[in-house]
Design a protein around this ligand. Sequence first.
Ligand code: PLP
Length: 391
Amino acid sequence: MTDRKFRTRLVHDGIRRSQYGEMAEAMFLTQGFAYPSAEAAEARFLDQGADEFIYARYGNPTTRMFEDRMASIEGCEDAFACASGMAAVNGALSSLVKAGDHIVAARQMFGSCLHVLKILQGFGVAVTLVDGTKLDAWRAAMRPETKICFFESVSNPGLEVVDIAGVAQIAHEGGAVVVLDNVFASPVFSNAVALGADIIVYSATKHIDGSGRVLGGVVLGTRDFIRGPLESYVKHTGGAMSPFHAWLLLSGLQTLDLRVRAQAANAAAVATAVAGHAALARTIYPGLIDHPQHALAMDQMGSGGTMIALDFAGGKEAAFRFLNALEIVSLSNNLGDAKSIATHPATTTHKNLSEEERATINITPGLVRISLGIEDGRDLVADIVSALSAV
Ligand SMILES: *Cc1c(COP(=O)(O)O)cnc(C)c1O
């Protein structure tokens, strides 16, 4: 099983077939499971077997197929499926800390991830935010009570790349674990386990669904952590994934590698076509040679990824003119979708941050984030270049 290649595992791993031998993964849209006797119910609550279920908030055959497939492709011992990416982030962090503990986190992060850190601070957990790209800053922030180093491997939306192996070494020397939000890399460009990440989180809403239909999330790690503190936290606080969503995400996984590689090729084509355009102060793409962490991105992911960011010299006004001139690329705030999507972070996804907070993480008023889809790259380049000329 484990020496099968990535694409084969995306299609086959984790499947559990019923007595009917169905080809497609079955959707067990049931919250409960009937026991043949009172003794059987007692036995199951006492010692649940690997293929035995109690209640869908604890687990379900369809969500278990999704968990097993995710664990296989990421190279982790186990996985727990969550209702959304944020349920996964919250579960991973909250199950590891208590009042008095300390978290070091990158400040270049998705707004909701920063919000979870604020909630934890209210419960007595200390948080230090650092520039994730500076290993010295991570090292300086470590304390004896540091339990977690938390970051996005490629930050949303600034596309700054964090050195996973470097932070992992600092975390481990200090007795902390790495919790990695790996959404922008996606499982396709992830070497997170080999690089030393302990706990990996995905929003499955993004590339894993890839069709913008459902919310989902997953936490991956050792069996002891996943079936211990993580499962216990998520199943009792209600963050479990719907079997219907797991069923859709299983079919999303089958085409993940094909889609993400096509998206990354489109991202590279668009970034190359627009770089240096007069309307742009910066074209940000880790695959471009002038990106500050270009070499690290290539080492760590072997790709520049599926996202680009354009910083308009003319600020918000220019960014809005560009957005309003797009015809194929939709204005929305999902990412990783088959359809290309453009977002203005300062007024949408990151609007809850203060102006200064945004400035420290390079979210300028002119910044536009684009998630490239699987459309023909020639059409995307034409759409984006023509919208640029409208600026
Ligand atoms: C979208 C996103 C999340 C949250 O995922 P949801 O499925 O929307 O809850 C977390 N981290 C990153 C980097 C994201 O892009």
